[in-house]
Write a protein that binds this ligand. Structure first.
Ligand SMILES: NC(=O)c1ccc[n+]([C@@H]2O[C@H](COP(=O)([O-])OP(=O)(O)OC[C@H]3O[C@@H](n4cnc5c(N)ncnc54)[C@H](OP(=O)(O)O)[C@@H]3O)[C@@H](O)[C@H]2O)c1
Length: 330
């Protein structure tokens, strides 16, 4: 076992866009577990858009300070344990951050269920993004067969799961995506009926073309003009789940007409924070693990080799140049 490890820290907060140079790779001694702690060797690190918000100083979980190791969810293996709860070889999940090895308190770890065919999925379709999509579609919106469901960022980690859950519920699904390649994936592999490519037509044109009878449910991960265009096309009893806002949309003032549209359509508008649904994770896994194991739920994974490549990968997520769920092989 090597006696040092790599970590990634925030060197400087970006003024505008993140560049790899805002992050620094540092080599540090391997940490030693104390009483009630374990040493974990990271295997897979999840890369997610919320990391950009933490770096930019505007995330619900708190912001990153300069010099701090980037936060992130990791699947790893227990190497040493000073706790009766864990033994070497246990496969665990925890917020260990952008580092190869971590010392964690015994109660900060969660066992990766042995029933999951690919442990990595605990960071994607069977993890936080999957739980977000499940909570949005089933627990907040509630889906009925035959409804029209619009999903933003439909090829991404959250969106791709939402598309599949809605298709499985007998809904007609329209995805919003950033390229023809992503549209092909969302239609051919995930089962959506149609896609709007956000560079090619306005939101209004795209929604009129794909949802001529109106929209029953929308998972909004964009905000701004997209939310406005969706709100204007809701059917009576429509539901919108608000779970993400793109930086470009944050600059757009919310149209004052929106509340009137929601009232007129007796709409239900839900704000979603996935951490509220942690207590229901088991329920979500009971439903989705068999489907994933049987290949009836899928995820498009982009694997990044090693922490050295991770800063550049996060910059690609910022530019929406990634494919599906990005995980770093540690
Ligand atoms: N509320 C919660 O608890 C919660 C939990 C998890 C995730 N989220 C949020 O959900 C969103 C999706 O997360 P994810 O992990 O699945 O990421 P993701 O979809 O893989 O990445 C974000 C995607 O958003 C799309 N996008 C970027 N800029 C856009 C713009 N200006 N207009 C429209 N679409 C744009 C891009 O897809 P295209 O190029 O294909 O359009 C981009 O790939 C993020 O905003 C994340 O912060 C919220």
């Amino acid at each position: 076992m090597s006696l040092t490890q790599l970590q990634v820290v925030l060197r400087a907060r970006p003024d505008t866009a993140l560049e790899p140079g805002h992050l620094a790779l540092v080599e540090t001694p391997l940490p030693e577990p104390g009483d009630g702690e374990v040493l974990v060797r990271g295997r897979w690190l999840s890369l997610d858009p919320y990391m950009l918000a933490q770096i930019n100083g505007r995330h619900v979980t708190g912001n990153l300070e300069e010099g701090e190791v980037l936060r992130g969810e990791v699947i790893g293996e227990v190497l040493q344990s000073h706790s009766e709860r864990w033994k070497p070889g246990d496969l665990v999940r925890g917020m260990f951050g952008w580092r190869e090895y971590a010392v964690a308190a015994a109660d900060a770890l969660t066992l990766v269920p042995a029933s999951i065919r690919e442990p990595r999925w605990c960071l994607s379709m069977l993890g936080m993004p999957g739980l977000t999509a499940y909570a949005a579609m089933h627990w907040q919106a509630g889906l009925n067969p035959g409804e029209t469901v619009v999903v933003a960022a439909a090829s991404g980690a959250v969106g791709s799961m939402a598309v599949q859950l809605a298709v499985r519920s007998g809904c007609r699904v329209v995805g919003l995506v950033g390229s023809h390649e992503k549209a092909r994936y969302v239609i051919d592999s995930l089962g959506a009926s149609d896609c709007i490519i956000r560079w090619e037509e306005s939101f209004a044109e795209g929604l009129d073309r794909t949802c001529p009878e109106g929209i029953n449910v929308c998972l909004d991960l964009v905000g701004g003009a997209f939310l406005e265009a969706v709100s204007a096309r809701l059917v009576v009893g429509g539901r919108i789940v608000l779970a993400g806002v793109q930086k470009s949309a944050m600059a757009e003032p919310l149209a004052p007409v929106l509340p009137a549209l929601w009232i007129k359509q007796r709409a239900r508008i839900h704000g979603l924070v996935v951490y509220d649904f942690e207590p229901r994770r088991e329920e979500f896994l009971r439903d989705c693990v068999p489907l994933a194991n049987e290949g009836r739920l899928v995820v498009n994974e982009e694997v990044v080799e090693g922490l050295r490549q991770a800063p550049e990968a996060l910059v690609r997520i910022q530019a929406a140049q990634h494919a599906g769920k990005v995980v770093v092989k540690l």
